[in-house]
Design a binder for this molecule. Structure first.
Ligand code: HEM
Length: 218
């Protein structure tokens, strides 16, 4: 009886690599929520005294959240052994670029009234706008080369090198946030801390790989 009990198959534990069919629809559905909320509140006149600035800030913050989330995927695999975030990395990066585009479009069309001269002057005059523009300039090529076809066209090594720009975008995006906020720096400091920690993990991972691959000297 006891021996029989011993050979009973154990209930299967959910595998770390099990397919999670709800994962991508969940993320895409969730990603629409901030946009839907801004659009709804705009139609109801519930975006406060300065609705353009409110929408601008919310769209920018969501872009930064997605950018940081995309940077966290590889460290999550390394540190926690989770593989599912890797499947979301590309989507999260593209979502960051989509929200950044909405943020910049709001600035260009609604805040600046499509006045190109004023926009160029603003980019050159205000360092926080310059940092935002630099971040956007990095996110666009990253999003455009996020397809499998782009990986094939560029070759994996060049593609990987290009996509390291995501960390620079994380740094300049955080700087944009820090320079925009004049008084309470707690929230942007939190993002700066997260981006720095994620970058540190990546650097340590790279060093470990290099050391492991280095030929023995004797
Ligand atoms: C040409 C590019 C960009 C321009 C001109 C721009 C412009 C602006 C402006 C004018 C504001 C402040 C609005 C206000 O003071 O009321 C702002 C806030 C912000 N932007 Fe940008 N931005 C750009 C790109 C980006 C990008 C690429 C990101 C993120 C990836 C980003 C993230 C943010 C964040 C986090 C805030 C502050 C949100 C808050 O205070 O809650 N911006 N941006």
């Amino acid at each position: 009886m006891r021996a029989e009990a011993a050979v009973q198959p154990r209930p299967a534990r959910p595998s770390r690599t099990a397919p999670l069919p709800w994962l991508m629809p969940g993320v895409l559905g969730g990603a629409l929520a901030p946009l839907a909320s801004i659009a709804f509140r705009a139609t109801q006149g519930e975006l406060g005294a300065n609705p353009i600035a409110q929408a601008l800030n919310e769209l920018g913050l969501v872009a930064l959240v997605f950018l940081v989330a995309s940077l966290a995927c590889t460290p999550a695999k390394t540190l926690l052994g989770w593989t599912w975030p890797i499947r979301l990395r590309r989507t999260l990066g593209v979502l960051a670029a989509v929200y950044a585009t909405l943020h910049v479009t709001t600035y260009v069309a609604l805040d600046q009234g499509l006045d190109l001269e004023a926009i160029v002057a603003d980019v050159l005059k205000r360092k926080f706008i310059f940092a935002g523009a630099a971040t956007f300039a990095m996110l666009v090529p990253l999003a455009l080369t996020s397809t499998n076809a782009a990986v094939r066209r560029l070759g994996f090594a060049r593609w990987k090198r290009l996509h390291r720009l995501a960390y620079a975008a994380g740094a300049t995006g955080t700087l944009h946030f820090i320079w925009r906020v004049k008084k309470d720096l707690r929230e942007p400091a939190l993002y700066a801390l997260m981006v720095s920690a994620l970058l540190l993990v990546r650097i340590v991972m790279q060093l470990r790989t290099r050391i492991a691959r280095a030929p023995l000297s004797h």
